[in-house]
Design a protein around this ligand. Structure first.
Ligand SMILES: O=C(O)CCC(=O)C(=O)O
Ligand SMILES: [Fe+2]
Length: 235
């Protein structure tokens, strides 16, 4: 791996895509564990008001908190550790591993930033692992705005507006996608039976553990720990 080149690409674009980063065998076994946990029709955990206002329909699960050690292998994967260090520098920390399940016919996720961009030094890193192919049939493609990690707060506006410079990602099984928490990103509606992704979030040194508690949407700032809209951006 050309670590320096990849880290430069990441800091220029605000995201990075690495195909065939993980083996198909590892992906298949994690996919089976994840599906075993959710079943095919899991219940939502977020409040209905959040699901509707945020236009985000995702069911999270933190497998390591349930004692699922199979997910540790990716946390400790040497290539992933090296690349994270090249991007975040010394003293970075893994935050948690979160799987996300979306049902057929659901909206995906509206444009958002995982944390407010007021201080460019305070951010999370999404290290997204795909245990299944995301394509036009499955839906759930990931949209990113190149360079938007440097553009400050996502502008107020229509939650699913198309931006002319947006880039559509269709990660395959085994792809690693790294997205800066300030980069504007979105997930398209789900057309297949389900969509899964797994996020190994990390942070640079001196970042609070609850950095992703407040999420920036085009219509609001939302706080997960209190299930509250902190700011209605449309009024
Ligand atoms: O599931 C994805 O592909 C992206 C999810 C996302 O926005 C996130 O984990 O911050
Ligand atoms: Fe996100």
């Amino acid at each position: 791996m050309q670590l320096e080149q990849l880290a430069n690409d990441f800091w220029r674009q605000g995201y990075l895509v690495l195909e065939d980063f993980f083996s198909a065998d590892t992906m298949d076994s994690l996919q089976n564990l994840i599906l075993g946990h959710y079943g095919l029709n899991p219940e939502y955990e977020h409040e209905a008001a959040f699901l509707s206002k945020s236009a985000t329909e995702v069911i999270p699960w933190f497998p390591q908190r349930s004692g699922e050690h199979a997910f540790d292998e990716i946390d400790q994967c040497p290539k992933m550790l090296e690349l994270t260090q090249a991007i975040l520098g010394a003293g970075w920390q893994g935050l948690y591993c979160m799987t996300m399940f979306s049902k057929k016919g659901t909206k995906g996720q509206a444009w958002h930033q995982d944390c407010p961009p007021d201080d460019p030094q305070q951010y999370n890193l999404n290290r997204l692992v795909y245990t299944m192919d995301i394509d036009e049939q499955v839906g759930g493609e990931v949209l990113v705005m190149p360079g938007s990690h440097r553009l400050g707060k996502l502008p107020v506006g229509e939650v699913n507006e198309d931006f002319s410079e947006q880039v559509t990602l269709m990660p395959k099984k085994g792809t690693l996608v790294i997205i800066h928490g300030h980069t504007w990103h979105r997930v398209l509606p789900i057309k297949g039976a389900y969509r899964l992704s797994t996020n190994y979030r990390a942070v640079p040194q001196n970042t609070p553990e609850d950095i992703t508690d407040i999420c920036v949407y085009r219509n609001m700032l939302y706080q997960f720990s209190t299930s509250k809209v902190l700011e209605d951006r449309l009024v």
